[in-house]
Design a protein around this ligand. Structure first.
Ligand SMILES: [Zn+2]
Length: 83
C-alpha cells in the first residue's frame, strides 16, 4: 500500500487501485475508490483504515489504474480482505 500526498487531498494506492479519503475520525478513516463518482463508473470499492489495519473490499468494477508510484510513499500496514 502506498500513500500519495496530492495537491488537495491524500490518496492511497492499493494493488494499483487509487482511493480518495472520504472521512476520518480519530485513528479510523474510510477511503473510496477514485472511480466511485458517477462520471468515472460508480465503483463501490472502499477501504477502512484503523491504526495499522486496513480492511479492503474487493469489488472494483474496472481494471486497475496505470500509474507511476514515483511520488508514492510506501506504508507498512496489515491488510485484511473483507467482502
Ligand atoms: Zn474501483
Amino acid at each position: 500500500m502506498y500513500l500519495i500526498y496530492g495537491r488537495k487531498h491524500p490518496q492511497i494506492v492499493l494493488d494499483s487501485y487509487i482511493f480518495n479519503v472520504q472521512r476520518t475520525s480519530g485513528t479510523k478513516s474510510r477511503w473510496r475508490c477514485k472511480r466511485s463518482v458517477r462520471s468515472l463508473g460508480s465503483c463501490k470499492a472502499f477501504l477502512v483504515i484503523s491504526g495499522k489495519w486496513v480492511h479492503a473490499s474487493e469489488s472494483h468494477n474496472h481494471p486497475c489504474e496505470d500509474l507511476s508510484l514515483k511520488i508514492a510513499i510506501p506504508q507498512s500496514i496489515m491488510l485484511k480482505r473483507v467482502e
